[in-house]
Design a protein around this ligand. Structure first.
Ligand code: GLY
Length: 316
């Protein structure tokens, strides 16, 4: 069945293509009348568990020092409450830690030791997230083993080389949902750029950059170069354009246009987004050809894979 492109409020789950492994878990919740927030969290957890996805959760590619550092956020469109975590090294479900931040603390974002403390306090089990496969790729990617005592200069040189390794730098999962009560939610989870500088946070834990959601207008989430989405406040820009009356595709174009002219340090900028409006229209954009997103809405027996519209970013 072809997804709707006209006004059609409905239960809906949208994700980046690597979210396909989580679609059934999310749809089971939505189709049983569950909440959008539960659906996006459950769906993201499936991707975080997927050992074949080296851009999210367990088996994510590590930083320059070989340490896996996970980031995630989620947002409730009804209340506009949000939770986010960054630099999580020992817990495979940062999206659930982000939810605990949102629901159990008067905060929005925790990083590092604080995020891990909360994870342990709410009963999550720590574990080693670096798989042999990810470790082997890291050794090859950084061309040898780096240790924390390596000089600052050497790490800086390595980071500059990331732009020559585009196959490894992008990746992240996005989920957006509308539930049977018409409430929206969004979730993003990532291990960030492979071989990133230790402590680096991308857009995924930054509400407004990699993730934004508002019942009144719509939701958006990003994958690709987090640094661009932070500087362009991309998810919030899209939802703001919806709030000003722009149709979904126009709002998505506007969010990409806001990235134009940004000075980027090297390589071809990679940016992707998925978005929906409150009536259930959805879209996916990418700066690169040949990419896809997935969507599942009422009346479908399974999700469909859809091409993203290619929109170039005229970065400098
Ligand atoms: N988009 C994910 C990141 O840059 O970390």
């Amino acid at each position: 069945m072809t997804p709707s492109t006209s006004y059609n409020p409905c239960v809906l789950l949208v994700a980046s293509a690597n979210g396909s492994v989580g679609m059934s878990a999310g749809w089971a919740i939505l189709s049983a009348g569950g909440t959008a927030l539960d659906a996006v969290e459950a769906a993201a957890r499936e991707v975080e568990d997927n050992p074949d996805d080296h851009s999210v959760g367990y088996s994510g590619y590590p930083n320059l020092l070989g340490q896996v550092e996970l980031d995630a956020s989620l947002m409730d469109g009804q209340t506009r409450r949000a939770g986010a975590v960054g630099g999580v090294r020992r817990f495979r479900h940062p999206v659930s830690i982000a939810r605990a931040v949102m629901e159990r603390l008067p905060h929005v974002m925790l990083v590092g030791d604080g995020a891990e403390r909360l994870a342990a306090e709410v009963g999550m089990e720590p574990e080693d997230l670096l798989t042999p496969e990810a470790e082997a790729a890291w050794r090859e990617g950084v061309n040898g083993e780096l240790k924390p005592e390596d000089s600052r200069r050497r790490l800086l040189d390595r980071v500059a080389g990331l732009f020559a390794d585009p196959e490894h730098v992008a990746g992240t999962v996005n989920f957006l949902a509308i539930d049977s009560r018409g409430h929206l939610a969004s979730a993003v989870s990532t291990s960030g750029w492979a071989w990133k500088y230790p402590g680096r946070l991308g857009d995924s834990p930054v509400i407004g950059a990699g993730n934004y959601c508002d019942d009144r207008f719509g939701a958006a989430a990003c994958t690709g170069w987090g640094e661009l989405a932070i500087r362009g406040v991309t998810a919030h820009t899209l939802v703001t354009l919806l709030s000003q009356g722009a149709p979904l595709e126009e709002a998505a174009n506007g969010a990409f246009a806001a990235l134009s002219g940004l000075d980027v340090p090297g390589g071809e900028p990679i940016m992707n987004l998925v978005a929906l409006d409150r009536e259930g229209r959805h879209t996916g954009l990418s700066s690169q050809p040949g990419t896809a997103y997935v969507a599942w809405e009422e009346g479908m027996s399974n999700y469909v894979t859809l091409p993203r519209r290619v929109v170039s970013i005229a970065a400098r």
